[in-house]
Write a protein that binds this ligand. Structure first.
Ligand SMILES: C[S@@+](CC[C@H](N)C(=O)[O-])C[C@H]1O[C@@H](n2cnc3c(N)ncnc32)[C@H](O)[C@@H]1O
Ligand SMILES: Nc1nc2[nH]cc(C(=O)O)c2c(=O)[nH]1
Ligand code: SF4
Ligand SMILES: [Mg+2]
Length: 181
């Protein structure tokens, strides 16, 4: 059984796949306590892998985004295999501190200060930028590097940094801009 905070259908609001219709599976609990975290993820109910897949099947899209909390604390090969058998394209939003099964289709790693990255294969790095040194994250082996304002509050600061450091691209939390979940 896995503790699930919520499952909902929306558009991916952030990063490379922004605008893509997706089912979000939000796992409960996290191993970090980022002071800026915008998500209340602790509450939840226990679901079997089959129940999770059945819930994602209620929506018409193929993309499933595993998030949390920290989904890396929960996911295993059986859940990923069942989602793949149901034809899903599996994405994950992770802080990167957990070793992940290799079969995930798209890994978004959002590294946090003072942690060690164990995630393995990474497709995009997406850092919440608050003025910290982010140079080290360009060494992570990824295809895309995004900086994201913190709760849409410091967008001009992020744009200024990216114009000076063009290895980075801007990720906006577009779901917050258009008031969807
Ligand atoms: C709520 S986290 C859950 C997944 C995982 N624990 C992680 O941190 O990547 C989902 C995404 O939201 C980002 N995030 C969290 N709080 C934020 C905030 N206040 N402003 C912008 N992005 C935020 C995280 O960095 C991560 O990229
Ligand atoms: N629309 C929307 N896009 C998102 N992308 C990552 C999210 C997350 O909380 O992991 C998120 C979220 O909470 N909502
Ligand atoms: S790692 Fe992710 S879920 Fe955990 S506290 Fe930080 S932003 Fe929130
Ligand atoms: Mg969110």
């Amino acid at each position: 059984m896995k503790k699930i905070n919520e499952i909902f259908y929306s558009l991916q609001g952030e990063g490379f796949h922004t605008g893509t219709p997706s089912v979000f599976v939000r796992f409960s609990g996290c191993n970090l306590k980022c002071e800026f975290c915008d998500t209340a993820h602790e509450s939840g109910s226990l679901m079997t892998d089959e129940e999770i897949v059945e819930e994602t099947n209620k929506y018409p899209c193929r993309t499933v985004i595993l998030t949390g909390g920290e989904p890396g604390l929960w996911i295993d090969k059986k859940l990923l295999d069942l989602l793949h058998q149901a034809g899903k394209y599996i994405c994950i939003e992770t802080n990167g501190t957990c070793k992940l099964p290799e079969s995930i289709d798209w890994v978004t790693c959002s590294p946090k200060e003072g942690t060690e990255i164990k995630a393995g294969h990474i497709d995009e790095v997406k850092v919440v930028y608050t003025g910290q040194d982010v140079t080290k994250y360009l060494k992570l082996p990824a295809k895309h590097y995004f900086l994201q304002p913190c709760s849409c509050s410091n967008t001009q600061q992020v744009i200024g940094y990216i114009l000076e450091h063009p290895e980075w691209r801007l990720s906006l939390q577009t779901h917050k801009l258009v008031n969807i979940q």
